[in-house]
Design a protein around this ligand. Sequence first.
Ligand code: 4AD
Ligand code: MG
Length: 523
Amino acid sequence: GADVLGRDLVVQGWVRTLRLQSSINDGSCLSNMQCVLNSEAEGYDQVCLLFLSFLFMVLYLESGLVTTGASVWVQGVLVKSQGSKQKVELKVNKIVLIGKSDPSFPIQKKRVSREFLRTKAHLRPRTNTFGAVARVRNALAYATHKFFQENGFVWISSPIITASDCEGAGEQFCVTTLIPSSQDTTDSPVDVIPKKNDRLIDWSQDFFGKPAFLTVSGQLNAETYATALSDVYTFGPTFRAENSNTSRHLAEFWMIEPELAFADLNDDMACASAYLQFVIKYILDNCKEDMEFFDTWISKGIVARLSDVADKDVVQITYTEAIDLLSGANKKFEFPVKWGCDLQSEHERYITEEAYNGCPVIIRDYPKACYLLLSSFEHGIRKRSRQDSDIKAFYMRQNDDGKTVAAMDMLVPGIGELIGGSQREERLEYLEARLDELKLHKDAYWWYLDLRRYGSGGKLQALQLFQFFVVVENGLPTSPCFLDAVPHAGFGLGFERLVQFATGMDNIRDVIPFPRTPGSAEF
Ligand code: 4AD
Ligand code: MG
């Protein structure tokens, strides 16, 4: 506005572009500050020489003047800009070069591909796109804490090193202790790099004598606090040793995992929907400039689509209804649909993108185990084989039909599964039977089972006297007297998938500062 004109200002930042004037940016927002120098400005010589340098290359190389990427301190007066791109610009009184930038600076003005930028993960935050992603990611993290804190949840730090496998899928990274042998303890840690055949290193596959892994999920730990403090949430890094090279899988990703006590699957779904709507509304209200940037350059119409998400209730359907919908679809799927089959991404896409017109959809009550139908041709004859593909986790509460579990996934267009959650099995005997069925070691989960042993307490036992008053609703007793622990439910949301959904960035490697994918951990 006009009130800022004439103000004395000091700005510091990195040179983005250089013409007869230069634009600098300090990373706080998208807009660059255009700085216009005239010959009276102190420090003008530096830039003046630069102009010469276009003519005399030798001078350019030797002078080490202000070039793209250099950091500068600039003092001047804000004036109305002559150009059309910005309202104001800085008429420079004094410029100081803080840090020179080598002319080899790889991110020059021309547009560079995101693949190329992945090889320059240390410099890509200096581009518009990665700056905007970082700020929106930050706002989503802030909004996440704001949502849960304002709704009475307690944040719990779940451990990164753990002995248990929450998902029971065996997709864990093993933690290995590298201890230099006693003969040579003088080795600096830098020398202790994992070389399998190095005889100085005790290459033991464990954590000081005990097996340990990087966590795949903080859920089981969150449950211990939810059954003590009521509603809690975790927000931290989790790891999956799955060899997936897709645009939505990382080996290291951040997960938000709320756990609600005295809650069932309906409460869980309501919480997931309210959370998503809150954080989307938050960035639309608070990251306007960055969101407009995504709308213009990354995904046309994203602001309008997200506004719809923030306003409309999330659709909820059962797995059985989803199968009916897919069977009735006027579309040929590569994987034929039948009750019990695993939903492939083509099915998920159809549901969110076509059947529900680009809206998030929650699918609930999945079969305990889904299979994948594989088809192949042998001697010209089509053969179909079944392969178990998605066996639902041991902790999910079994529904009364004996076939399905109280689990839900939230699907969003373009990404697929954004959230996975469930009501937890609070009945000790069901849980033990399920662990046996899935051939998981009960001993490893002793503390998790304890939560079901110590869940009822004296007060609830007293309630059991009045068992005949118990009302059953949706197959669940509304009074807790039949239960071993309090009914509780929760979900996990992949934070990077949320950042993708909120920015329209199509590759998950571009929404986390330093992506970890199979074989890539350079930066
Ligand atoms: O569906 P998942 O495996 O569920 C759990 O881990 C539960 N313990 C969560 C809970 O109930 N507390 O993972 C949850 C979410 C997925 O929906 C997905 O968004 C994300 O985590 N996710 C990944 N994101 C990036 N890269 C991967 N390899 C991911 N695996 C899962
Ligand atoms: Mg899942």
